[in-house]
Design a protein around this ligand. Structure first.
Ligand code: HEC
Length: 136
């Protein structure tokens, strides 16, 4: 009996380990797809080590960053005063239709409607810390 239970536990642990491996692989693939999607943002935004403000602010450390706080970037009042703290849910809502989420924003971008693309994009963007390094 004891032996059987132990065997079952080992089997369970192995299943868990396997599914963890699969989900982190899926995450990596999402981020890779998100990198491609970020090409739509690149004309105006930089991200990663050494990212500078362009037409739009650099997007390092976006997860948990308050709206309108990239140093030395001149925001619209609408963006600065939106009261948003960037995170997964609000980012996904915003990127679908930026002008609906922040009326008066000067970000001239129609938005992305495809849910998978939005998920991938967040997986990519959210992996950078404030120094532009990939979080461990
Ligand atoms: C045509 C240029 C342009 C494109 C393309 C663009 N943005 Fe922007 N973005 C801006 C500008 C300009 C602002 C500043 C808005 C303001 O101050 O009103 C901004 C602001 C933002 C903010 C708010 C940042 C903060 O610090 O509060 C986020 C998040 C953002 N953009 C994400 C994206 C993503 C992701 C994409 C690609 C899917 C994208 N943008 C595409 C120009 C652009």
């Amino acid at each position: 009996m004891t032996k059987l239970t132990f065997g079952a536990l080992v089997a369970l642990a192995m299943t868990a380990a396997a599914s963890n491996a699969i989900s982190s692989k899926a995450m990596a693939q999402d981020a890779a797809a998100g990198k491609t999607s970020f090409n739509k943002c690149l004309a105006c935004h930089a991200i990663g080590e050494g990212a500078k403000n362009k037409v739009g602010p650099e997007l390092n450390g976006l997860d948990g960053r308050k709206s309108g706080t990239a140093p030395d970037y001149s925001y619209s009042d609408a963006n600065k005063n939106s009261g948003i703290t960037w995170g997964e849910a609000v980012f996904k809502e915003y990127i679908k239709d930026p002008k609906a989420k922040i009326p008066g924003t000067k970000m001239a971008f129609a938005g992305i409607k495809n849910e998978k693309e939005i998920n991938d994009l967040w997986a990519f963007v959210s992996q950078f810390d404030k120094d532009g390094k990939i979080k461990q």
